[in-house]
Write a protein that binds this ligand. Structure first.
Ligand code: AMO
Length: 440
């Protein structure tokens, strides 16, 4: 049995990226997991990986204290260690410096090796990897994806704060559906039935009464019946809502938000993008705008038979994306194809003030002008087979004067698919949930 040491009073003085030849002769404490142990004559190269890179610890028979040498000989890959030692400038070492160990603590011993190599070679299918997700996240490509996600999120927050939107958090347990009842997850709320939120839609609309411009970044839940590469049961939604504007204004906010996010990632995540072997194509502003009716005409010209009023299938959007491979909006959808809160046009009520933002054949956002009249909202609820009584908590606020407002919701996971050019949404989500997966 290998002895396990406590961390005790040892603290890391330097991370891998902080080591440099300038530290020659200085004592440092480094920590990480063993990514490789290589012997070359009387030398053992112990490579420690931390979250930002690697440290080379060079163990030499005759020079390194016997106590350290003995412990190194028992180490297994992936074990977690702390090393105290002196820095030596070495051209060939990562960061141009290695550590000559003087003391060592073995903080944990890996008793199993991962079922596949984390550093190249053939990867097993995503399901096998997800079963040990936190371990497989040590893969450099997975690291790159989630660092990009972090940068993208920060860029989104920065942008929306700069446009004067207030960040809010609304409840995730709700009493009634917002996007239609089919995809709700019921939960037992004390002795009542409640649901996991499908969208913060009604809350964000209500908040325009008091804050005018709000945004929320949070989870939403959808009991999607089918398992596809672009659907999950839990996603992170970026919701934006603003008073005194209409759908054309929020489309501008949305395209600028996407542009800013992609530009920031391109600038700040160069090494991560290189690791993934992708380049971010920063889209040109403004994005193309096509009305729903124009899309139907294009489809008919391409031999597709989607009738006016029907939803546009993925197969059909693939045809559109052959002509418009980058970002484009599909605007002015049939009123009946959109949820009850979307405003029908006053001059042509069969068409709504709505849009979807597409990248190729992938929908990444949808939004529109909202109904701010209680009477019309009640009418639309009934037309969609929903009971106005269930929405009383929402409708009653409209008696106090709701400002006209518009907004959108964008799936962060889908935006990440576009930035990283990943085809499976599970690759860009830490712990994906779908019909067949509830753990880890
Ligand atoms: P919608 O239902 O179109 O609109 O959702 C908005 C965006 O969220 C993402 N999305 C999903 N991504 C992965 N898996 C899913 N199951 C999934 N469901 C949705 C998509 C989609 O474009 N309340 C409105 C928004 C609004 O009008 O403000 C809504 O939720 O990127």
């Amino acid at each position: 049995m290998v002895k396990i040491d406590e961390l005790g009073d040892w603290r890391r003085t330097h991370r891998s990226v902080n080591l440099s030849p300038k530290l020659e002769g200085q004592q440092v404490t480094v920590m990480g997991w063993v990514s490789s142990i290589r012997r070359q004559g009387g030398i053992i190269f112990l490579i420690l990986q931390d979250s930002e890179g690697v440290v080379q610890v060079t163990v030499k028979t005759g020079k390194t204290p016997e106590s350290v040498l003995k412990r190194v000989e028992t180490l297994t890959p992936h074990s977690v260690v702390a090393v105290k030692g002196k820095v030596k400038a070495i051209d060939k070492a990562p960061n141009g410096a290695e550590v000559s160990p003087e003391e060592m603590r073995v903080l944990n011993v890996a008793t199993k090796t991962p079922p596949f190599s984390l550093f190249g070679g053939e990867l097993p299918n995503i399901d096998k990897r997800l079963d040990i997700r936190s371990l497989e996240l040590r893969r450099p490509k997975a690291q790159a994806i989630f660092r990009i996600r972090h940068t993208a999120l920060a860029a989104i927050r920065d942008f929306l704060s700069s446009t004067g939107h207030l960040e809010v958090q609304t409840s995730k347990i709700i009493a009634s559906a917002t996007e239609g009842g089919a995809s709700l997850f019921p939960v037992l709320y004390y002795d009542k039935e409640a649901f996991l939120v499908q969208s913060p839609q009604l809350y964000k609309e209500q908040l325009t009464m008091s804050f005018e411009k709000v945004f929320e970044i949070g989870p939403v839940f959808r009991a999607e019946p089918s398992r596809t590469l672009r659907h999950l049961a839990e996603i992170i939604s970026i919701d934006v809502e603003e008073a005194y504007v209409s759908y054309t204004d929020v489309m501008e906010t949305l395209e600028k938000l996407v542009h800013h996010t992609m530009k920031t990632v391109a600038e700040k995540c160069k090494s991560e993008l290189k690791e993934l072997g992708v380049e971010v194509e920063i889209p040109k502003l403004p994005f193309k705008r096509l009305t729903y009716t124009e899309v139907i005409d294009i489809l008919h010209d391409a031999g597709d038979r989607t009738a006016w009023g029907e939803d546009i299938s993925t197969a059909a959007t693939k045809k559109i994306s052959e002509i418009y491979p980058s970002f484009y909006f599909i605007t002015d959808w049939p009123t009946d194809a959109k949820p009850f809160y979307i405003k029908p046009r006053t001059d042509k009520p069969e068409i709504s003030e709505s849009f979807d933002l597409m990248k190729g054949s992938l929908e990444i956002s949808s939004g529109g002008t909202r109904l701010s009249s209680k009477k019309l909202l009640t009418k639309r609820l009934k037309e969609q087979g929903l009971k106005p009584r269930t929405f009383e908590y929402h409708l009653k606020l409209f008696d106090y004067g709701m400002p006209p407002h518009a907004g959108f919701g964008m799936g962060l996971d889908r935006l990440m698919m576009i930035i990283t050019k990943e085809e499976n949404i599970r690759e860009v989500t830490l712990f994906p949930r779908d019909r067949l997966r509830l753990s880890p």
